[in-house]
Structures are given as C-alpha cells and as structure tokens.
Design a protein around this ligand. Structure first.
Ligand SMILES: C[S@@+](CC[C@H](N)C(=O)[O-])C[C@H]1O[C@@H](n2cnc3c(N)ncnc32)[C@H](O)[C@@H]1O
Length: 198
C-alpha cells in the first residue's frame, strides 16, 4: 500500500474505532514499544484537541487514573469522569495551574503543534517554543521515574531538546513513529525514567 493509502486506512480505522483523529495510532505504537501507559496513572496531555490521545490515555489508565488535557481550543470529544480539560494557552500556563489536578504526574504527553504558515523556519521556531515549554512543564510536574513523549518539528534547535531529554531521563531519545508521514517534519522526544524531580 502507498503511504497515502496507509494514512487513509488509519483515518478510516480511527473513525470506525471512535477516535477523534488518526494520530492516536502514533501514541498507540509508542505505548506498545515503550510501555508508557498503565492503569491508575496520572497523565497530562498538552495540545490535546481534538482528543484522540486523550481518549486513548483514558482507556489505558481507566477509572482509577486521571488524564488532564490542555489545549487552546475546546475539547472535541466527550470524556469520562476521570478526565479534566483545561482550555488555555500552554505558553502562559504555570506548573501550579496543573498541580490543581494532581500534585505530580506519571506521564506527560505533548502533541502540541503550531498553526503552520508554510514558512519553514517560522514553523520550526514556533514548534521549538511550544515543545521547550512542554518540557519545562514536564520537568516541574513529573514524578521521579516518570515518562515523557513530546512532538517537535525537526529543525536546527531540536538537538538542544534531545540533549535535555537524554540528560534528564534514564532512556532519552528521538523517535519517528511508523504512523507519522515520512514527509512530515515531526519527530517525538521520548524520555523514560526521570532521574529526579524538577
Ligand atoms: C496535532 S494537534 C493534537 C492532536 C491530539 N494529540 C489528538 O490526538 O487529538 C495539536 C494541537 O496543539 C494545539 N496548540 C497549538 N498551540 C497551542 C498553545 N499555544 N496552547 C495550547 N494548545 C496549542 C492546537 O490547538 C492543536 O489542537
């Protein structure tokens, strides 16, 4: 099947399975490979709209867990009782705003992405700013031993983010999920086992 065919198949599969977006299969793949999500965990999902990662995380942590979604846009899906949703600009959020829901989190997910302009260096700079902020929040809010998944558009400053993740976690690396289009500039920073609290 061509890459476009695979993307279309994932789109239809997401519809069939009731997920808000096909990007759910990127998280599913990383979860399978790195065992990120477990029942009872507290999860923070930054850049959560329309909500497929939120839906998936809610299923995986179950009613003994908690999933907090943040996005500048309102939620696009109905969420179970163990989810919270904050409509806010990530760039203005403080760790205290998110400690209102849980004192610390097991996993921080960030699929946040700027509205692209087509001007590559501007899009990369905007993505870097958002992901650097997601990392700051993760370092402040993760429990020791916690994990991180954060999208960023590949660009000159990405090496700096990869270095930060490698230094802070027992396992730190950049990962390109199969479900991510080859033409897409996105990669995911992956951290497992935060060495110490932020
Ligand atoms: C690729 S989408 C996330 C998809 C989501 N993971 C899912 O599976 O449904 C990226 C999101 O980042 C959000 N975003 C962009 N800039 C933001 C900001 N400054 N603060 C909060 N959210 C932002 C966008 O509104 C958009 O919903």
């Amino acid at each position: 099947m061509t890459r476009q065919g695979q993307a279309d198949a994932r789109y239809h599969r997401a519809k069939r399975e009731g997920f808000a977006a096909r990007s759910v299969y990127k998280l599913e793949e990383m979860d399978r490979r790195y065992q990120l999500l477990k029942p009872g965990q507290k999860v923070l999902d930054l850049g959560a709209h329309p909500g497929s990662w939120l839906q998936y995380a809610c299923q995986r942590v179950g009613p003994t867990g908690l999933v907090v979604g943040v996005d500048i846009q309102e939620a696009g899906v109905e969420l179970p009782a163990w989810a919270r949703y904050v409509q806010a600009d990530l760039l203005t959020l403080l760790p205290e705003d998110l400690r209102a829901f849980a004192p610390a989190y097991d996993l921080v997910l960030s699929d946040v992405a700027p509205r692209t302009t087509g001007v590559m260096h501007a899009d990369m700079a905007a993505s870097y700013e958002l992901t650097a902020k997601a990392l700051d929040l993760a370092m402040a809010l993760l429990k020791p031993g916690g994990s991180l998944v954060a999208k960023v558009y590949f660009g000159p400053q990405v090496e700096e983010l990869i270095k930060r993740v490698k230094a802070a976690f027992s396992l730190g690396k950049a990962h390109k999920p199969e479900a991510s289009r080859a033409a897409s500039k996105e990669i995911y920073l992956l951290g497992r086992g935060l060495k110490k609290a932020g």
